[in-house]
Design a protein around this ligand. Structure first.
Ligand SMILES: C=C(O[C@@H]1C=C(C(=O)O)C=C[C@H]1O)C(=O)O
Length: 162
């Protein structure tokens, strides 16, 4: 069946956050910084859970959704950095400043929360997984970003309680 209109903008916002991972990887290639920054992850999770109520979302649910976004972001970074090590070079161009990239990531938070809230009632629909699966299949992404999108949307549909 056709997915509800609320899904496409959510998938777009998720994909947009994942595309920023390319800039993060380029920055970390330049500075030799580690992909994972646990302190920053904690700050992101604290910030989003504090915003949850503004969107009538559950703070723990929002945290777990953003944990998935963070894990997916690292998949893209590790994948690109591996490709660049293999190739012996990263794409040319100046290494962007991680501070500015994080501002971009922060600016996407409300967009993600708003669209997560908009999709809220569909998360427990029996067709949710099929809608998400076909949205992933249709997204104009390379394999690495598509697999990252799989990770990012992994908790989107509610599972049956045990
Ligand atoms: C994006 C970054 O890389 C990783 C992913 C994060 C994220 O998706 O928000 C946060 C910290 C890092 O573990 C970053 O360092 O800002």
């Amino acid at each position: 069946g056709t997915a509800p209109d609320a899904l496409a903008p959510l998938i777009d916002a998720i994909s947009q956050r994942l595309s920023i991972a390319d800039q993060v990887a380029q920055s970390k290639w330049g500075t030799h910084a580690a992909v994972e920054d646990v302190k920053r992850e904690q700050a992101v999770l604290n910030a989003v859970s504090a915003q949850a109520s503004r969107f009538k979302l559950d703070p723990d649910g929002v945290k777990s959704f953003f944990s998935a976004q963070i894990e997916a972001n690292k998949i893209v970074q590790y994948g690109l950095l591996w490709q660049w090590v293999e190739a012996g070079k990263a794409p040319s161009g100046a290494s962007p400043d991680l501070k500015n990239i994080r501002i971009q990531l922060d600016q996407l938070q409300d967009v993600l929360l708003e669209n997560l809230a908009g999709f809220g009632s569909y998360r427990s629909d029996a067709r949710c997984n099929q809608w998400v699966a076909s949205a992933i299949a249709q997204a104009p992404l390379d394999d690495l970003h598509r697999w990252a999108l799989v990770r990012a949307t992994g908790g989107l549909c509610a599972v049956k309680p045990e």
